[in-house]
Every structure is written in C-alpha cells, then in structure tokens.
Design a protein around this ligand. Structure first.
Ligand code: ARG
Length: 458
C-alpha cells in the first residue's frame, strides 16, 4: 500500500521501490519532519480546516512516532519511499484515517524543502559553534607565542621574519570570514517554504505566516514555484563549507610539512598521532592528512549539488532527492574536521629555537638592508640593486648577512654605519613592520585584542 497508489493498476516492482527510496538516508530528517507536521497541524486547526479534536489526535500520534524513532522501535519501510511517507503511514496506523487529514493543503514538495531547511539551520548553528572554539584556540596560540619568531615564506622560500602569533592570527582571519559566511547563508535561507503546496500554492485558507513563525523562520518564502525547487541554500552552505575545508587543508599542509624532519618546526601531540606497522621510528600526522584528504569530499559534494541543479526545469523534480547525501556528508565532514583540528592545533608545540634559527637564514633581512639605504637617501630601486649585490657576495663567500663586517658593508655603499647590525636584528626587523596589519608586536597585539572583542558575546 502506498499513499499515492489510487491511480495505479499494478503494484510497483521491488526493484523500483529500492531505487526510488530515500529512506536509507533521509531518516536523518525525522525530527524536522515531525516538527514541520506539528506546526502544519496547528495551523490547520487555527484556520478551522481540521477540528481541534482531530488536531490533538494527530499531534499525539506524531509525538508517539517521535518516541518510537528515538527508542529505535520504528520500522522504516523501503516501500514507503521516504521519511515523510513512513511517518504518515505510521500515523494512520496509530490513529486511523484521521491521520490522513494531516496532509491537507500540503505536498511532499514543500514538506521536504521545509524539513531540509529546518535541519540545516540547526546544523549551521552547530558548525558555527565549533568554528568559534577554533577561533578561540587560535587567539590563545597567538597570545602564547608572542616571543616566537619564524621565517615567513613566499613561494615556500624564506621571505621575511614574522611572529608565530602573526601566523596564527592569519588563520583567525580566514576562519572569521568562514564564520561570517555561514551567518550570511543562515540569514538568506531563513524563509519558510511550507504551504507552497506541490508548486502553485493551495486552495485552502492557510496561514503561512503562522507556520513560519511556529517553526522559527523569519518569514514565509515569496514564490511557491521557486520555494519547492530552490536548493540554493544547500549550494551556499556546501560552498561555505568547501572554503572552510580549504582553510583547514592549508593549515594541515603546513603542520605536516613543518613537522617533517627537514623542517622540524613543530612537535605534534603523541595522543593525536599514529605509528607505522613496519617502521618503528614513525610518528605520523594522520589527523591533518585526513583533513587534507577529506577536503576532496566536500569539493566533490559542491560539484555534485551544482550538477544536480544544472538545467533542472521548474519546479520539483525527483533529481532533487539527490541533494541530501552530499549535504549530510558535508555537515558530518565539516563538523568532524573542525572539531579534531581545534584539539590538534591546541596541542601542537613550536620548536622555538629551530624556528628562530631559520628566521634569518635565506637572507630574510635583505629587504631591511635596502630600506636602511632608502632611509639614507638612496632611491629604493638602487638600494634593491646594492642589496642584491651584497646577497650575491654572501652566497659566493658562504656568509650570512649578519656575519659581514662593517668594512664589507661599506664596500657596497658608503651609507652603511655600525648601526646596520642593530637595524637588521630579527626583533627590530619585525617591530619596524608596524604598518596596520603588519607583524610588529604592537600590530599583532592589536589584532589579538580586536579578535577578543569579536569573540566576546554581545
Ligand atoms: N523523497 C523526496 C525528496 O527527497 C520527497 C519529495 C517527493 N516529492 C515528489 N513529488 N515525489 O525529494
């Protein structure tokens, strides 16, 4: 028996039932489906479309179904296709044909769109909460490491020294944007599709503002045709998630690289690393590697949903049932990855001496030597050339910049004085980068304070 089998002569093949069903994965939406149905039922009563007595019976039945599902007693049936029809069929089993009144002025098309939005709104709030924890850990790491200097890289070549705190705050900025992107997504999707019917609205005198309010939406959606086929909010969410994963993947890559013996910048927590089954010496960074790997899933999910929507005519098409698996997978992946990386980042320890050792290798203070000459009246382009020749000289003579004598400096320009050595000390090199957003301790402390303001609940 199917709720829709009135016009059918033959029974559907089990092969069709299996292929058509979404119950395998959309049972995830059971709570939202029941919430939506209860709101719909209350509205039908308020509008005098069904009696209060019948409304009470329906709501009691739905509450019992909720308990059955949560206690693991509910029998999900593949031949009932999806969570909506499974719950409706059970309701009719429990309270008799009155249960059949619930679907008045509603279609599965507006029902599923509502369920998915209710589900995703909750999940976004959960993910946002996890991001907040990550942001807090990044600020904590930044505060703890204000005295740690490491080389900053461009092209993965040593470029200029920076504070490790500056590095952590860079990721703070990236995840702060992610946080805001999720907020934007949440506020745009906060409109209730329930009451759009199959596609054209309904002949019954429903109150969509009432259901929208009961379900905690800002307002009902404005166009029924759009409402039942809109999955933009899923695209936006997976896209925001893909960017989160890109950020997690970038910090993962740095952790993996910086932990390798050649860099040796970081110590990773034993409690979050794994060993090798053959090489006894190994301690592998599986967590950031898996996060880097799982990024592919979320990018794939984004391509998946975009492709499902491409060329889809209005309004509902069964293709839209394919929106759920990429969505659920993205939610799980992003929640897991943010959660574990927050713990992981909290526990990594920088090898301060090694970072510092490398900070002035690779002629990382060369820009400052050029700036020194500029301060003494030499045009920047000439200063750049002079400094380039100094670097060349150092390479040929296997010296670093701070190993040069004042005479050697003077051979390149009369403008050099003894104070050049102090000028290119790592601390000074860093603290002179005091432009807004720069790596000087003053600017980084300012960034940390701003971050704390952002993290303080308003
Ligand atoms: N299981 C369906 C989905 O997830 C529910 C909507 C079915 N609507 C329909 N007209 N067949 O999209």
């Amino acid at each position: 028996m199917k709720p829709w089998d009135g016009r059918f002569k033959d029974k559907t093949l089990p092969l069709l039932d299996k292929f058509n069903a979404s119950i395998y994965f959309d049972k995830e939406l059971y709570k939202e489906d029941i919430e939506g149905s209860i709101a719909h039922c209350k509205m039908l009563v308020k509008q005098g479309i069904i009696s209060e007595e019948n409304g009470d019976k329906i709501i009691n039945g739905l509450s019992q179904i909720l308990k059955e599902i949560e206690n693991g007693e509910f029998q999900f049936k593949v031949e009932l296709e999806d969570i909506h029809m499974n719950i409706e069929a059970r309701l009719i089993e429990l309270i008799g044909e009155i249960g059949g009144k619930l679907h008045t002025a509603r279609s599965r098309n507006d029902q599923v769109a509502t369920d998915v939005k209710l589900y995703l709104k909750k999940k976004i709030v959960e993910i946002r909460g996890k991001l907040l924890q990550l942001l807090k850990v990044l600020v904590k790491k930044a505060e703890e490491n204000l005295d740690v200097i490491l080389p900053g890289f461009t092209h993965l070549q040593i470029a200029q020294p920076i504070l490790l705190s500056h590095y952590f705050m860079a990721y703070f900025e990236m995840f702060k944007r992610d946080y805001k992107r999720l907020n934007d997504c949440l506020s745009r999707m906060d409109e209730c599709p329930l009451g759009s019917g199959a596609l054209a609205g309904t002949t019954f005198n429903i109150d969509r503002f009432y259901t929208s309010e009961l379900l905690g939406f800002k307002k009902p959606t404005d166009n029924s045709l759009d409402s039942v086929s809109d999955r933009d909010f899923i695209v936006e969410f997976i896209s925001a998630s893909a960017i989160i994963m890109a950020h997690l993947s970038r910090i993962s890559e740095e952790i993996i690289l910086w932990n390798s013996q050649m860099f040796n910048f970081l110590d990773l927590p034993d409690s979050m690393c794994t060993g090798s089954s053959i090489m006894p010496q190994k301690k592998n960074p599986d967590v950031p590697e898996l996060v880097r790997g799982k990024t592919g899933r979320v990018y794939g999910n984004l391509m998946n949903i975009l492709t499902v929507l491409k060329g889809l005519p209005l309004a509902y098409n069964k293709d839209l049932q394919e929106d759920k698996e990429p969505l659920f997978d993205t939610v799980k992946t992003v929640l897991d990855c943010i959660g574990i990386m927050t713990e992981f980042i909290d526990k990594i320890k920088p090898n301060k001496e090694i970072m510092k050792y490398w900070a002035d290798k690779g002629f990382s203070t060369a820009t400052d030597i050029a700036d020194y000459l500029v301060n003494r009246g030499i045009p920047f382009r000439n200063a750049h050339k002079i400094t380039g020749s100094i670097v060349k000289y150092c390479i040929e003579n296997s010296k670093s910049l701070d190993e040069l004598s004042i005479e050697e400096f003077k051979n390149f320009s009369e403008k050099f004085d003894e104070d050049i050595f102090e000028f290119i000390s790592l601390k000074n090199v860093i603290n002179r980068r005091n432009s807004y957003g720069g790596t000087s301790i003053k600017q980084v402390i300012f960034q940390i304070n701003e971050a704390k303001k952002f993290l303080t609940p308003k």
